[in-house]
Ligand binder design. Structure first.
Ligand code: BES
Ligand code: MN
Ligand code: ZN
Length: 491
């Protein structure tokens, strides 16, 4: 898809499909919109009347007008006072879907400018349209859209000179799409080795360093928690460490850690009926977001140094499997009684967090599809955010708001660590069912000594069954855009 930052307006552009974003305040039509209505012989007003269009957020309508534009569409943006970048993304998504459905080759998109910021407006519009149009057909034997008319170009009207916003969005979307495709691919395709290879490809493409630690190297580092999870799989674990270094001296040093379980069977505590074992290919959604962010950051070249880390592995069952009750020793020397082999993500993260802290970074963020309990608490669309560092919580929340991803801060209630007390070891890996996402965060805390750290439980939002806004059914790439915004904000 080509994007153009165009000096044309809704009155001068010609092409297949013109789509206008209207807020509730755009009605009744005045100024250029009234002129456009005259230009199309009143058909715009007719469309508004016939569909009882009020500009409500998410509403759309389209009419054939002929002449210099074939189709005229309208998309609702809701209240003008509440106009957000997310509203721009969703409107662009709706417009792109409409143009595709109407079999248009070119789309002229006229949207209000968000807070006098044409650069952010252009970026958000390109993100919304690109992500809405991304469809993953890698595993279909035939492409049903083959031979059909395709949307080739989107012209962002009244946004002349905003090429930089387009380029930024394209880098971000490449990252989101990579994360989506890694998440959607099944576990017989995306293995720990494939995640490692993906990291190496990103390094090669964008001049980054990549080190893959093999099992023996992880053993030498004492990563007993991570390697305990790896015992039963025939696929070797791959510990991924990808590093982006800015050209000058770094503004800050950051580590981003992703849970990379390419499949989670539960281990000997095998996932029972109704626990969604068949969905557990998504258990590397955190690692996917980390690699997606790396792909974007490698192109955007911010001033912070960023370490991208994932202890990639598969949680399987065999005679070699770790047993419930086994005691593992993590690389910081702490011992863990594995009272449930299905709480494997925190075991892998334990060693990954210790590794990250040794890099002497200023902050650590981890993303993990860690607990079903977090989905019970916050539903499918909102990720849990856990930290004891208010500045980091605020920085992540600000980045997330700009990115249009939803997080909700949950408490690190210290008292609940009692639930992880073990008779024989330093801690157990699971506590009682209530507050399961909190005890998981408290477990991780045992592996970070002093570096500001935030844990993001993304179990819900990395996957969606339904089309919504710019998301399509499948992996969402959740987390990439927040991470990119957060890293950029350290400049
Ligand atoms: N990968 C799962 C969590 C998960 C569940 C992710 C649903 C995405 C969708 C994790 O490894 C797990 O099994 N967690 C257990 C923890 C329990 C054993 C304490 C859970 O949430 O049930
Ligand atoms: Mn599990
Ligand atoms: Zn898991």
């Amino acid at each position: 898809m080509e994007f153009h930052a165009s000096a044309q307006t809704c009155l001068t552009w010609s092409g297949d499909c013109l789509v206008i974003g209207l807020t509730e305040a755009s009605l009744p039509l005045t100024g250029p919109l009234a002129d456009l209505n005259t230009q199309v012989s009143g058909l715009l007003q007719e469309l508004i009347d016939e569909t009882e269009f009020t500009g409500k957020d998410g509403s759309t309508a389209v009419i054939r007008v002929g002449g210099t534009v074939k189709k005229l569409g309208i998309v609702g943006l809701g209240s003008a006072d509440d106009l957000s970048l997310e509203g721009i993304r969703r409107a662009a998504a709706a417009a792109a879907r409409m143009a595709k459905k109407e079999k248009c080759t070119t789309l002229g998109l006229s949207l209000p400018t968000y807070q006098n910021d044409p650069a952010q407006t252009a970026q958000a519009a390109v993100e919304g349209a690109t992500l809405a149009l991304h469809q993953d057909k890698r595993f279909k034997s035939e492409d049903k859209d083959n031979g059909k008319v395709v949307l080739e170009a989107i012209h962002l009207l009244d946004l002349a000179g905003q090429e930089a916003g387009i380029t930024t969005a394209q880098a971000v979307c490449e990252g989101v799409i990579l994360a989506r495709e890694l998440t959607s691919a099944p576990a017989n395709v995306v293995t720990p080795a494939v995640l490692a290879q993906t990291a190496q490809e990103i390094a090669a493409a964008h001049g980054m360093d990549c080190e893959i630690l093999e099992r023996e190297q992880c053993e030498a580092l004492g990563m007993g928690a991570y390697l305990g999870v790896a015992l039963a799989s025939d696929l070797p674990p791959k510990f991924i460490h990808l590093t982006y270094r800015p050209a000058g001296s770094p503004s800050r040093k950051l580590a981003i850690v992703g849970k990379g379980l390419t499949f989670d069977s539960g281990g000997l505590n095998i996932k029972g009926p109704g626990s969604g074992i068949e969905m557990m290919k998504i258990d590397m959604g955190g690692a996917a977001a980390v690699l997606g962010a790396a792909k974007a950051i490698g192109q955007l070249k911010p001033n912070a140094e960023v370490h991208f880390i994932s202890a990639a592995v598969e949680n399987m069952i065999s005679g070699k499997a770790m047993r419930p009750g086994d005691i593992l020793t993590a690389s910081n020397g702490k011992t863990i009684e594995v009272n449930n082999t299905d709480a494997e993500g925190r075991l892998t993260l334990a060693d990954a967090l210790v590794f990250a802290e040794k890099l002497d970074v200023d902050a650590i963020v981890d993303l993990a599809t860690l607990t079903g309990a977090c989905i019970v608490a916050l539903g499918d669309d909102i990720a849990g955010l856990f930290t004891e560092d208010d500045d980091l919580a605020n920085a992540l929340s600000t980045a997330a708001a700009t990115a249009g991803e939803k997080f909700w801060r949950l408490p690190m209630e210290a008292k609940y660590f009692e639930g992880l007390k073990s008779i024989v070891a330093d801690m157990k890996n699971t506590g009682p069912r209530p507050g399961g996402s909190i005890t998981a965060a408290l477990f991780l805390k045992q592996f970070v000594e002093k570096t500001p750290w935030v844990h993001l439980d993304v179990a819900g939002p990395v996957w969606t069954e339904k089309e919504s806004g710019y998301n399509n059914p499948g992996g969402t790439g959740f987390g990439v855009r927040t991470l990119v915004e957060w890293v950029k904000a350290q400049d």
